[in-house]
Design a protein around this ligand. Structure first.
Ligand SMILES: [Zn+2]
Ligand SMILES: [Zn+2]
Ligand SMILES: [Zn+2]
Ligand SMILES: [Zn+2]
Ligand SMILES: [Zn+2]
Ligand SMILES: [Zn+2]
Ligand SMILES: [Zn+2]
Ligand SMILES: [Zn+2]
Length: 750
């Protein structure tokens, strides 16, 4: 069992201001303890305690030298790297340097936030609070100072200026729908240009540069602007321009080729016809031109393509794949492509043009070397004319070794004159050239060397000969010629001087008038005739000629022959008799004509001439009457005999009427005294009827009954009947109801 025993400490030895350890003693007070009855109260045992008083003084610490941060720092370096770089620094307190540590103030916010170790630094002057913590924190206070670090910025090495082309947007796309990148990339370095990092930041595009309606490629620029990284990366030096290519989708319009171009091939000054090319000649468009053909130009001239009536700029060319040349003559349709200058708005268009592939026309054939070393008499084949010739064509092209077939028919192996032998070119196997019309012929001139002849010598048989000094087998024998043979002497050859041939025939052309040549003397009808004679020897020939005049007949008088003809007889020759029909004189109805040559009557009497108009009783045919003239027959002017034709004489007598006599029937009549058959009957008229009495006719005095005619007409004549002789026996009765129209009725009624 344990129970504490009280102690009574000796305080006299205690120094309350000593920092040294002190031992204090105490006496035990057993009497007042639980053990007072168990333990002896008096004892020498003392209690001890060692006392060390604490130093509780506090001194103000002063940082006399701030620490430094060793190292180079860049933006985005971790904040904790600053901590590890904190070095040095010196603090004093109570007059002496004191131990302790410098540390950043963990409670100080960094960039407004808790300063976690991993926070990236921003560039610029960074001032941080550093706290000095003394090792003896009881007696020394903590102290603080600031450390400023210059954080270097990251720098832009290169801004990637280009963005992927935008080509999939249709024309009209709004700027916002283009989908332009909002950020651009850049190569950024942390002090070492060899070590860069790709970072990206905001791009601000220039919207004003965008045209949503142009089909052309457009480039929109923008600026790379530091936004996210503005505290970490230094502002770019110089341009920060970026750009993107935008090509809005647009279907180009295919133009209409309204005029196809014309192909034209030239070689120097030579020019082929439009749309013509030679066989196997390259078009020279889109082909490589060999140096020797450098002056050959094939070009497409003109042509026009339009869109909506507007001409479109562009060029024509042969379509790719078009043959470079054609190997045979003919016409080939070749496709031509129009490539517009503006390939954005307009698409290529095609058309075809007919290319006429023609053979080159021969222009000239080089003359072959003259043949001058062959003697006359050389056979054609022995001339050894060249088998080939050289030619030029219309465009100046040269062709050698053209086969030629010479025309031997014109060759005269005996002529020493210059002969032009022509030849036909064998172009059959050459597809590229042709003959013009008319075709060209090859020519070669041949001049044969003449024989070296001797003089002509007579051969005694009418020929003369000569021999060639070069070759005695060359002998020429020719019939003698020249000179003139007569009937007396042969001809003398004008070449060799020998007489040759036959005597000539007599030349019976002399006309000599001598008795010995007389064939017949002149007569009444023939000239004198003589035989011709030989002009050389005078021998009489057989042909004749006439000399002098015809004598003419010596006629006697004309004698009548009694039968209408007369004759005369030649005094030189009674057999010469001329007989002619009589003529002249005039026949009448009374006498025949008398011939004016021989005085004898001949022929027949003439007919009567019934043209006389003699009004005598013997010619009267009918006397004059009331209505007809007297008629006579015509008579012969020569003998007075009565003819059959008639003529009229004198006047018509006219009627000799008696008095009007009433007929008792309201008409009255009168009779011609010359012919009682001539009677005229007329209705009574005139007078005045009353209710008591009939009217009395003013012509015949007889009362007449006017009521027959439908009442009193006041004296007008209602009806007239007239009997008239017309044309001898025709009696025509006319009714005259309307007397004023009588003439009209007569005209139409007869
Ligand atoms: Zn000869
Ligand atoms: Zn001769
Ligand atoms: Zn003769
Ligand atoms: Zn006669
Ligand atoms: Zn007569
Ligand atoms: Zn008569
Ligand atoms: Zn009469
Ligand atoms: Zn009467």
């Amino acid at each position: 069992m344990f129970a504490p025993i009280p102690v009574i400490w000796d305080t006299s030895a205690y120094d309350p201001n000593s920092l040294e350890p002190q031992t204090i003693y105490g006496t035990l007070d057993v009497a007042n303890s639980y053990f007072h009855d168990k333990i002896v109260t008096e004892t020498d045992v003392k209690a001890t305690i060692e006392v060390s008083l604490m130093d509780t003084r506090v001194f103000q610490t002063t940082i006399v030298t701030p620490p430094t941060v060793e190292g180079t720092f860049y933006a985005l370096d971790r904040y904790e790297t600053l901590t590890s770089g904190l070095k040095g620094g010196k603090a004093m307190a109570n007059g002496q340097e004191i131990e302790g540590t410098f540390e950043f103030d963990e409670d100080e916010l960094l960039y407004g936030d808790t300063a976690y170790p991993g926070i990236g630094l921003k560039y610029g002057q960074l001032t941080r609070t550093v706290v000095f913590k003394p090792t003896n924190s009881r007696n020394y206070t903590t102290a603080a100072c600031t450390v400023t670090v210059n954080v270097l910025p990251l720098t832009i090495v290169r801004i990637n200026p280009n963005f992927e082309d935008i080509t999939d947007k249709p024309i009209g796309t709004a700027f916002e729908q283009l989908g332009l990148a909002e950020a651009g990339s850049m190569d950024v370095m942390r002090g070492d240009p060899q070590k860069t990092t790709i970072m990206s930041d905001t791009v601000v595009w220039d919207k004003n540069q965008y045209d949503p309606n142009t089909p052309y490629e457009q480039r929109i620029t923008g600026r790379l602007v530091l936004s996210t990284w503005k505290d970490y990366i230094a502002p770019p030096e110089g341009a920060s321009t970026v750009s993107v290519k935008v090509k809005l989708k647009y279907d180009p319009v295919v133009p209409v080729i309204v005029t196809a171009p014309t192909f034209r091939w030239t070689k120097g000054d030579f020019r082929l016809g439009d749309n013509q090319i030679f066989v196997s000649e390259t078009f020279q468009i889109g082909t490589e031109t060999p140096p020797e053909e450098a002056d050959e130009i094939g070009a497409l001239i003109g042509g026009e393509a339009r869109v909506g009536g507007k001409k479109i700029d562009g060029t024509f060319s042969f379509k790719a794949g078009t043959p470079k040349w054609f190997s045979a003559a003919g016409t080939y349709n070749v496709t031509v492509v129009f490539t517009p200058s503006d390939t954005v708005r307009y698409a290529p268009a095609e058309c075809t043009i007919p290319i006429e592939v023609v053979k080159r026309i021969l222009l000239s054939i080089e003359p072959s070397t003259d043949i001058t070393n062959k003697e006359v008499g050389t056979e054609f084949d022995a001339l050894w004319l060249p088998s080939f010739v050289n030619c030029r064509t219309e465009d100046g092209s040269f062709y050698s070794g053209i086969g030629v077939t010479w025309d031997k028919t014109s060759y005269d192996l005996n002529s020493t004159a210059e002969q032009a032998i022509t030849g036909t070119l064998n172009l059959g196997d050459i597809p590229t050239i042709q003959q013009p019309v008319p075709e060209l012929k090859a020519t070669v001139k041949v001049r044969l060397i003449p024989h070296d002849w001797s003089d002509w010598t007579p051969d005694s048989n009418g020929t003369h000969s000569r021999v060639c000094a070069r070759n005695s087998s060359h002998k020429e024998t020719v019939s003698c010629s020249g000179g003139t043979a007569t009937c007396q002497a042969k001809a003398v050859c004008s070449v060799c001087g020998q007489a040759y041939g036959q005597f000539a025939a007599h030349d019976f052309t002399a006309e000599v008038v001598e008795e010995k040549y007389l064939k017949s003397a002149a007569t009444c009808t023939e000239k004198a005739v003589y035989y011709k004679s030989c002009t050389v020897c005078g021998e009489k020939g057989t042909e004749t000629f006439e000399v002098g005049n015809i004598l003419g007949h010596d006629w006697g008088e004309w004698q009548p022959n009694g039968n209408g003809i007369h004759s005369r007889i030649c005094k030189r020759n009674a057999t010469h008799k001329e007989t002619v029909s009589c003529s002249g004189g005039t026949a009448t109805c009374q006498a025949k004509a008398v011939c004016s040559v021989c005085g004898q009557e001949y022929g027949q009497l003439a007919a009567h001439d019934f043209t006389a108009e003699v009004a005598e009783e013997q010619y009267l045919k009918s006397a004059a009457t009331c209505t007809e003239k007297a008629t006579y027959y015509k008579s012969c002017t020569v003998c007075g005999e009565k003819g059959t034709e008639t003529f009229e004489v004198g006047n018509i007598l006219g009627h000799d009427w008696g008095e009007w006599q009433s007929n008792g029937n309201d008409t009255h009549s009168r009779i011609c005294t010359r012919n009682s058959g001539h009677k005229e009957t007329v209705n009574c008229s005139g007078g005045t009827a009353t209710c008591q009495e009939k009217a009395v006719c003013s012509v015949c005095g007889q009362a007449w009954h006017t009521q027959l005619h439908g009442g009193n007409r006041g004296g007008t004549v209602p009806e007239i009947r007239r009997d008239l002789h017309r044309k001898g026996s025709l009696l025509q009765v006319l009714r005259h109801l309307r007397p004023e129209r009588q003439g009209h009725r007569r005209g139409s009624g007869l």
